[in-house]
Design a binder for this molecule. Structure first.
Ligand code: PLP
Length: 392
């Protein structure tokens, strides 16, 4: 009944939705209306880093809902959940990233950051990477590195160039006309591509030489997913603008672009209200985000990510697996064909130990492994057994 209504009245994003109906979710599991449990190996696409319905987050939401929900547009009233969350975020980021602009999603963080870079530098050029994904709105779509998803929606933003991710020779395309380079710290939808440290050093240097702002998209990599709180920490560089969303809200919708106060201040005048949003920094989402970040830090959820990655890598060995790519709990299991990925995902869903597993927007020949950071060793073992059985 619900499925029919879903197909009838809810807008569809493809003609083959997974149609799994979920009644509730808790910790590392989702439950269907019959009570069948599914281990979550996708985390709602890198959102549920601390698991589903973490009690600290649920309590923070209830407490804030008892005080107030929406009051006014972002940036006018002093709302303590925004103040406290921004202060906490700034405390875990490098000193140069001390001003947080809260928005509602990853794509909005991308939009805000692109505007800030153009406004701050007075330049129009934007450089992105082939196979990049930064969201689906017009500006974010313009910097997507895959024409298949863009061509039907042209014209998009002008002045955008594309370089190859992790290719130092291509950095010469960054010039004094380039306002910004927007780049994922680890490319997610491309099928988890980890760049070399030398690449990011060279990119940072080139941006500094040309006065170009470096926007690093940590929407998928942030909040502990790669074994550090933010993935740029692996590479020894600091972006000019940092993009956050997904795992930021402990399951609630929130995003942010973060820069220095000096840069962010250009949005204040000439024109006034350079970027505005009604719901950005929603107090309930900020309360949830703060509770989620506190849970990550207090429960030291990042500490064992490397060990869990190693266990996945040790167990995921099979003649059909070409490679396991990635970092931390952001992994891609490379096979040969989409048919295999589709079959394995379906079998995993229907197996004796049901698993939710998926693939990537720009890489349909790899399985996505992005469980909550709270996944246990025995759950990893059972999940890998189920995947290997499906591969057989
Ligand atoms: N940037 C990256 C790296 C993403 O993976 C995504 C979403 O998958 C986005 C941006 C867009 O985020 P949202 O779907 O919240 O707009």
């Amino acid at each position: 009944m619900n499925r029919q209504l879903f197909l009838l009245n809810n807008a569809q994003t493809s003609s083959s939705p997974r149609l799994l109906e979920i009644d509730r979710a808790e910790g590392n599991y989702l439950y269907d209306p019959q009570g069948k449990a599914y281990l979550d190996l996708v985390s709602g696409f890198a959102v549920s880093n601390i698991g589903h319905r973490h009690p600290k987050v649920v309590n923070a939401i209830k407490d804030q809902a008892d005080k107030y929900m929406h009051l006014t547009v972002y940036g006018e009233f002093v709302q303590s959940p925004q103040v406290r969350f921004a202060q906490k975020l700034v405390s875990v980021l490098p000193g140069a990233l001390n001003s947080v602009y809260f928005v509602n999603s990853g794509a909005e963080a991308t939009e805000g950051a692109l505007k800030l870079a153009k406004r701050y530098t007075g330049r129009g050029g934007i450089i992105s990477c082939h196979h990049a994904y930064h969201g689906s709105t017009q500006g974010a779509l313009s910097v997507m590195g895959n024409s298949y998803y863009k061509d039907a929606y042209r014209p998009l933003l002008p002045g955008i160039g594309f370089i190859t991710f992790n290719e130092i020779a291509d950095l010469e395309h960054i010039t004094q006309e380039t306002a910004c380079v927007i780049i994922e710290t680890i490319q997610g939808e491309a099928g988890i591509r980890v760049p070399d440290k030398a690449y990011f050093s060279a990119l940072r240097k080139r941006c500094d030489e040309t006065g170009t702002l470096l926007i690093m998209d940590e929407i998928q990599t942030g909040f502990g997913r790669t074994g550090k709180l933010f993935a740029f920490e692996h590479f020894g560089i600091v972006p000019d603008i940092l993009l956050l969303a997904k795992g930021m809200g402990g399951g609630m919708p929130i995003g942010a672009f973060v820069a220095s106060r000096e840069k962010m201040d250009v949005l204040k005048d000439n024109p006034i209200l350079g970027h505005i949003t009604t719901f950005g920094g929603h107090p309930v989402c900020c309360a949830a985000g703060l509770a989620s970040l506190e849970a990550i830090l207090e429960e030291d959820l990042v500490k064992d990510v490397d060990k869990k990655e190693a266990l996945f890598r040790e167990l995921l060995v099979h003649p059909a697996i070409r490679k396991v790519r990635g970092m931390g709990l952001m992994l891609a299991v490379q096979v040969d064909a989409f048919q295999q990925v589709e079959r394995i995902s379906k079998q995993c869903l229907e197996g004796a130990y049901p698993l939710i597993i998926d693939w990537f927007l720009h890489c349909e020949t790899a399985l996505r492994i992005a469980p909550p950071l709270t996944i246990t060793e025995s759950e990893i073992r059972m999940a890998c057994n189920a995947i290997l059985a499906a591969l057989d």
